[in-house]
Design a protein around this ligand. Structure first.
Ligand code: WAQ
Ligand code: MG
Length: 263
């Protein structure tokens, strides 16, 4: 049986700056409450109270929805953010990103990847072979959209994360987003750390490595964060990749393994 789903999206601004965004895929009955929660979140955000909030609700054609399994999670605990960035470079190398390319990407994120030195609204797209940036708009970048967990999978994920002390909305949302990203045609790996000043964790993800959480990737108080999607520049086209990321609905209906810390 396929149910009608709605894509619910929020993005909030303060001045000219993007401060928060969220993505859900929900049945009609669930949309109203989730929309209220999103509004609340935009108004109480640690990066400041939103001055402009865009809320989009759009019906999704049930036949277009793909299904997938969530990435496994491993937690890499580090003692400081600089060590965390070294771990990120090592993990990216294991996923097929040359050291010079990942170091450059980390530098760009840490300096604010938008042309004005702030965080971007979406992700940088980086050609893994050349290190070249491929986004047409470096303020917006590419946004992963139209993805969610089924209600049952969300419950199971929250219980599994609870057991390892990681049940918070940053982790849940990032795992959903990373799963969509690594399944994109041409995707090699993703690197992310938050733009919220009080949230220092981030991750590297790939199909083979899963979701490799890194406990510290930036100093406390830092608002420059972001995402990098490393891609093997498809001879075919960037269009397929962008259509997958931004348009194709993906419902994640099974969770993977949540490993306890190794250290
Ligand atoms: N698509 C592409 N890029 C996005 C999207 C999206 N849908 N949403 C956010 N970004 C980019 C944008 O540049 C943000 O500034 C940046 O990512 C960070 O977004 O403990 O909280 O929502 O395991 O602040 C990861 C670690 C937390 C979670 C990530 O990201 C954990 C986080 P935030
Ligand atoms: Mg944020």
């Amino acid at each position: 049986m396929s149910i009608e789903l709605n894509s619910l999206r929020m993005r909030a601004e303060k001045g000219q700056r993007h401060i928060s965004g969220a993505e859900r895929l929900l049945s009609a009955e669930e949309v109203e409450q989730a929309a209220l929660q999103m509004l609340q979140r935009a108004l109480e955000h640690p990066r400041g109270r939103a001055e402009k909030i865009h809320l989009t609700i759009e019906a999704v054609c049930p036949g277009e929805v793909s299904r997938a399994k969530l990435l496994d999670l491993q937690n890499n605990r580090v003692t400081d953010w600089s060590a965390g960035r070294d771990v990120a470079v090592q993990l990216l190398a294991a996923a097929g990103v040359a050291r010079a390319v990942s170091v450059e990407a980390i530098n760009r994120l840490s300096q604010g990847a938008a042309p004005d030195g702030n965080s971007m609204r979406g992700a940088m797209l980086i050609n893994v072979e050349t290190g070249e940036r491929l986004e047409s708009d470096q303020y917006r970048g590419v946004r992963a959209s139209r993805m969610d967990l089924t209600a049952q999978a969300r419950l199971e994920l929250q219980q599994a994360l609870e057991r390892v002390g990681l049940n918070n909305s940053h982790v849940v949302e990032a795992m959903i987003l990373a799963t969509k990203v690594v399944l994109a045609p041409g995707a090699v790996a993703e690197l992310c750390w938050s733009d919220d000043p009080d949230y220092q964790a981030g991750y590297v993800a790939s199909r083979g490595l899963g979701y490799q959480r890194i406990s510290l990737l930036k100093p406390l108080g830092e608002e420059r964060g972001g995402r990098v999607f490393f891609v093997r520049c498809p001879g075919q086209s960037l269009t397929d990749l962008q259509v997958w990321l931004e348009k194709k609905p993906l419902l994640i209906d099974r969770i993977g393994q949540i490993f306890a810390d190794t250290v």
